[in-house]
Design a protein around this ligand. Structure first.
Ligand code: PLP
Length: 445
């Protein structure tokens, strides 16, 4: 799996080195030694329309021949204007104003600052606290990290951040108190209300959440009642509801926004990952006019990144979005997602250490446990979350894993192939997953 600890001037999280990528096409990636991998997690839930899409590459080439960059304070550019208008059409309700950024952390930072700027503009100056969930991940920059909760990533930097209030993520599958799902969803939503009251409602700016949990909770979907009630609670106290759809947005759950699955629209949405889909660094914040206009009237949004709205990234995003619509990739995601999820549920019958299968569309995950009755995690020292990924990697399947209980223990695995996947890819994923789980089972016994 690893090509050894080769010395290099390049570094990321650790010294671990992976094989070098040679080329990629559709749902497959080849390394320089000729090994083929099925990209079962779309990288980090990014390559939503698959690799090397010829129409996206052509659109980028065309734009490169015209202009790769025009600074936004000097020039407008057509790809940015067109993309903003396509996004406004695809987003539900009144979400029709688009602010471009280059990635997820920039998007969530921007969403928070936009919320604050809006409340300042309308005279609600005491509001600054952003309540979010534990665990959660909203990005690695200090502002985004302050609203995240995942020990290995947040703890080292805690003294440098302004602590933001947290409420428990609605991990109802761990609760053993006999509540039906709708009651359980309401109970978690009421924790938000309690927290708002404890903080002082006039100090609370926003509640931010991933509508379907990503890396830290593994495709966590809350009961329907949770979404409806959190919206009501935000309205009760004049608090803005921010959906971090960096992972869930742009079709990954079978709808353009995951928010569309519930009757509870957010005030501000952050997008990234599948927006540029691996072709260009691209993200956006989308909000309605009622949020934006007061900010512009009050002198403007004091915020922006140099690469924001650059024509090349926007040309890529435009071509990606067109591809999703033209080929009904959202419909395919819903259909293939159901098939893959059913297959993963089938694996639960075979492997007693799979404790839960969850998710929506092609944002799916399963969690390993020591005991399905109690949902006790596997002993942390087994590092199952690393082992299974490595075993699958050796068999040519890429999946994505994290510790699931706040970062210190528990093992979940995200199975999120590109939205272009078909039945054959599902069979290949399930076959390789079965083999990999058999190997892990032998190691655990
Ligand atoms: N928000 C969510 C929900 C994410 O999953 C991520 C990345 O994994 C981010 C924000 C940060 O995005 P980026 O890594 O593009 O900065």
């Amino acid at each position: 799996m690893t090509a050894g600890l080769v010395p290099s001037h390049l570094f990321y999280q650790s010294r671990l080195r992976r094989p070098t990528i040679a080329r990629a096409e559709g749902v497959y990636i080849w390394d320089v030694e000729g090994r083929r991998y099925l990209d079962g997690s779309s990288g980090a839930m990014v390559s939503n329309i698959g690799h090397s899409n010829p129409r996206v590459l052509e659109a980028m080439r065309e734009q490169m021949n015209r202009a790769t960059f025009g600074y936004r304070l000097h020039f407008e550019n057509e790809p940015a204007e067109q993309l903003a208008s396509v996004i406004a059409d695809l987003c539900p309700g009144d979400l029709d104003r688009v602010f471009f950024v280059s990635g997820g952390s920039e998007a969530t930072e921007t969403a928070i600052k936009l919320a604050r700027s809006h409340k300042l503009a309308v005279g609600e100056t005491t509001r600054w606290k952003v309540i979010s969930r534990a665990p959660s991940y909203h990005g690695c920059t200090l502002g985004a990290l302050a609203v995240s909760s995942y020990d290995p990533l947040t703890e080292p930097f805690a003294p440098m951040m302004r602590e933001m209030p947290k409420v428990p993520a609605p991990r109802c599958y761990l609760d053993r108190d006999g509540l039906d799902p709708e009651q359980a969803g309401l109970r978690y939503a009421e924790m938000l209300r309690d927290r708002i009251l404890a903080e002082g409602p006039e100090s609370v700016l926003a509640f931010m959440m991933e509508p379907v949990g990503g890396a830290t909770t593994g495709a966590l979907v809350a009961p329907d009642s949770y979404y409806r009630r959190t919206r009501e609670i935000c309205d009760e106290f004049g608090i803005l509801l921010i959906y971090d759809e960096v992972m869930t947005g742009v079709g990954r759950t079978g709808r353009f926004l995951a928010a569309e699955h519930w009757d509870a629209m957010p005030d501000i949405v952050a997008l990234a990952k599948g927006f540029g889909a691996g072709y260009a660094p691209l993200g956006a914040v989308v909000a309605p006019q009622r949020i934006i206009e007061p900010v512009l009237d009050a002198g403007g949004f004091a915020h922006g990144f140099t690469y924001a709205g650059n024509p090349l990234a926007c040309a890529a995003g435009l071509a990606v979005t067109r591809e999703i619509v033209a080929h009904d990739l959202m419909g395919n995601t819903a259909r293939i997602g159901d098939l893959l999820k059913a297959g993963m549920e089938g694996l639960m019958a075979r492997f007693p250490f799979i404790g839960d299968v969850r998710g929506k569309g092609l944002l799916l995950a399963f969690e390993l446990v020591a005991d399905r009755q109690t949902m006790a995690p596997l002993p942390a020292h087994l590092d199952a979350y690393v082992r299974l990924v490595d075993i699958a990697y050796e068999r040519g399947l890429i999946i994505y894993s994290r510790r699931t209980r706040g970062g210190r223990e528990g093992d979940h695995f995200m199975v999120c192939p590109p939205m272009i996947s078909d039945e054959n890819h599902v069979d290949e994923i399930l076959g390789k997953l079965t083999e990999s789980l058999q190997v892990l089972e032998a190691q655990l016994n």
